[in-house]
Design a protein around this ligand. Structure first.
Ligand code: KG4
Ligand code: ZN
Length: 364
């Protein structure tokens, strides 16, 4: 049977992206325009600026994705677009263009939940992707059911994934406050390291000694799979306020201590969730999955627990449209369609089990 090719659009946060991907996960093109440099002076994503830049970039990015795939819109089978969750003004840019294209070309439209896209990222195959990364975490697709830790700048949660549709996904626990990536970004800001903070902390932590800084790990003794990262950031803020780091080594020590706690917390909960659910496959995804200490800890813990770990290549971990096109292709293959009145929403489709803002010390 001829594979189905889907054009996917993504504009939920600060990446404008378009990709052409088949139902099998083969990537014909994958274009990402990052707004990171535009938001950097503000130390975080400014929603209004994000919307305006998506408006500027989305048309050319889609054209480029079709050109690189060597396909006209007429040769595309369906159009997928991230319609939730995310910044509403940003989401609307992708959604409106996707609807216009679907209407003009007479193509079916499918809305995609951004988080489902992240969770299916391990199935996306770019011709350039290696089969395994340096740490031995396979970039081969996991088998359903699997347990995935999704850690990005906007979301951090653990899910059980039984299949490729939103109804097959169950949240096992999420952060009660900040996302893991948000914590990296805020700690970097506190230390004057710029934005985004993850890559800088990752680099500096390699030279730091985590034992020189005492940090309490939030939710460490809590059963269950919920996280809290804001208290960790507050501990760093208090240390910096009391005794500002005097040189680069002290900054590196703080980075190392913070990173050790943040990554240990993610890995321990991921492994515990996989054991509790009785699955063999575990996945690490989202922008924070680029973190070397996190990957190393996860690889080691997976080995020790006889679990198979998949960490998608970096281009699939950070925001991209290939994962959206793939998730859309799965919906399309299952016969799901959206009408041209498809709306955007800041809230995702996956039911949340974790109460936000409950903090690490309040009830279970
Ligand atoms: O998935 P992503 O590109 O965008 C969101 O959907 O949020 O994730 C971006 C986040 C940022 O918070 C960034 O600091 C973090 O991922 N990040 C990292 C690393 N690279 C990016 N965090 C820790 N270590 C890294 N190497
Ligand atoms: Zn994302």
């Amino acid at each position: 049977m001829r594979p189905v090719w889907v054009l996917g659009l993504e504009s939920s946060c600060d990446e404008t992206a378009a990709a052409v991907v088949s139902t099998d996960g083969d990537v014909a093109s994958d274009v990402v325009h990052s707004q990171v440099a535009i938001h950097a002076p503000y130390g975080g994503v400014v929603p209004e600026i994000a919307s305006r830049d998506h408006l500027r970039a989305m048309g050319p990015v889609v054209r480029e994705a079709l050109a690189r795939a060597g396909r006209s819109l007429a040769e595309i089978d369906a159009i997928a677009v991230t319609n939730r969750p995310g910044l509403i003004g940003a989401l609307l840019v992708g959604v409106q263009l996707a609807k216009g294209l679907a209407w003009a070309a007479g193509k079916p439209l499918v809305g995609v939940d951004h988080l489902v896209g992240h969770l299916l990222a391990p199935f996306v195959r770019r011709p350039s992707d290696q089969n395994a990364d340096a740490l031995g975490a396979a970039a081969i697709p996991p088998a359903f059911p699997y347990v995935a830790a999704l850690a990005s700048g906007g979301h951090t949660a653990i899910y059980r994934v039984d299949g490729p549709l939103a109804r097959d996904v169950r949240e096992l626990g999420a952060t009660r406050d900040d996302a893991a990536g948000e914590a990296f970004d805020k700690v970097a800001k506190l230390l004057g390291l710029g934005y985004p903070g993850g890559p800088v902390i990752d680099r500096l932590a390699q030279r730091g000694d985590p034992s020189r800084v005492r940090l309490v790990r939030p939710m460490a003794h809590r059963k269950g799979f919920e996280f809290s990262f804001s208290g960790l950031k507050t501990q760093i803020a208090q240390i910096v306020a009391k005794a500002p780091p005097r040189d680069e080594q002290e900054v590196a020590d703080l980075c190392a201590a913070f990173q050790a706690v943040a990554t240990t917390s993610l890995v321990e909960k991921l492994i515990a969730a996989a054991r509790a659910e009785g699955v063999r496959d575990v996945v690490l995804t989202g922008g924070v999955a680029a973190n070397r200490e996190l990957r190393a800890r996860a690889a080691e813990a997976a080995r020790d627990n006889d679990l198979r770990l998949t960490v998608p290549p970096f281009a699939s971990c950070t925001d991209n449209a290939a994962m959206i096109a793939y998730a859309g292709a799965q919906r399309f293959a299952a016969g799901e369609r959206d009408a041209l009145d498809l709306g955007a929403s800041s809230v995702g489709v996956l039911p949340r089990r974790t109460l936000r803002g409950a903090g690490p010390r309040s009830a279970p």
